[in-house]
Each structure stands twice: as structure tokens, then as C-alpha cells.
Design a protein around this ligand. Structure first.
Ligand code: FES
Length: 133
């Protein structure tokens, strides 16, 4: 039996390896949120959630997320540090429409509920607009 370049003699041994991999610690992704005042909040989260969920679940002020991530409130607006902008993915049309209503929009504006946390975003830095304090 062969899986991912490894050889196993039987299904039982494959199961042992699979269970041991489940016990391996998952990488935690670090994100720095900076309030408009300059107050910094360093949080850790698992890949798979959104940047908004990482903020809300860690009590970061300024990310209200009134719509719960449905991309319809813009209270999760952040400015993505230029160094990270490409890695946060494309802005979808709904997000673009919401951001276009924001008076404090910049070139690096994103709605944090639309940015999925991946291992590539470990060290991500985002700043909150002045309006969100
Ligand atoms: Fe409402 Fe992001 S949480 S738009």
C-alpha cells in the first residue's frame, strides 16, 4: 500500500500513521491588528477561518463584524500592509461594492471577513481605519 510516497504493509498500519498525524500540532498563524491609534493586538488563529473571525474571537476592538461575515456591513474594514496585499487574494464583486461605499477606502482596503487565513499569511499585518475605533 502506498500513500504520499510512503509504503504501508496494511490498512491497520496506515490507520496508525494517520492517527499519529492528527496528534501533530497544527500551525498557528500570527496576525497583527493595529488600531488607528497605534495600539497593537497580536493574535494567533488556525488556518481556515477568516481574518475577521480571528479578530472577533480574540477580542480585537474596532472589528465589529455586524453582519457576521456576510459581506454586507463593512464594519470589518482593514488596511492590509502592502507587503501582504498580494497574498490576501482577489477582491470579489460583492466586497468591491461594499468597499466602494466607504469614505475611508484606500488601495489596500479589504473586508477582513473576505480574507481566508492560510499558512501563507503567518505574520500578516492589518490596520483599522480611523472610523473604526
Ligand atoms: Fe460584515 Fe465583513 S463582517 S462585511
Amino acid at each position: 500500500m502506498r500513500q504520499s510516497g510512503l509504503h504501508f504493509c496494511c490498512v491497520a498500519h496506515l490507520g496508525i500513521v494517520a492517527r499519529s498525524r492528527l496528534r501533530e500540532p497544527r500551525l498557528m498563524v500570527k496576525i497583527k491588528f493595529i488600531e488607528h491609534s497605534g495600539q497593537e493586538h497580536d493574535v494567533e488563529t488556525n488556518p481556515g477561518a477568516s481574518v475577521m473571525v480571528a479578530a472577533v474571537s480574540n477580542g480585537v476592538p474596532g472589528i465589529d463584524a455586524d453582519c457576521g461575515g456576510a459581506c454586507s456591513c463593512a464594519t470589518c474594514h482593514v488596511y492590509v500592509d502592502q507587503e501582504w496585499l498580494e497574498r490576501t487574494g482577489e477582491i470579489n464583486p460583492t466586497e468591491e461594492a461594499m468597499l466602494s461605499l466607504s469614505t475611508d477606502r484606500k488601495d489596500n482596503s479589504r473586508l477582513s471577513c473576505q480574507i481566508q487565513v492560510t499558512e501563507d499569511l503567518d505574520g500578516l499585518v492589518v490596520t483599522m481605519p480611523e472610523f473604526q475605533f
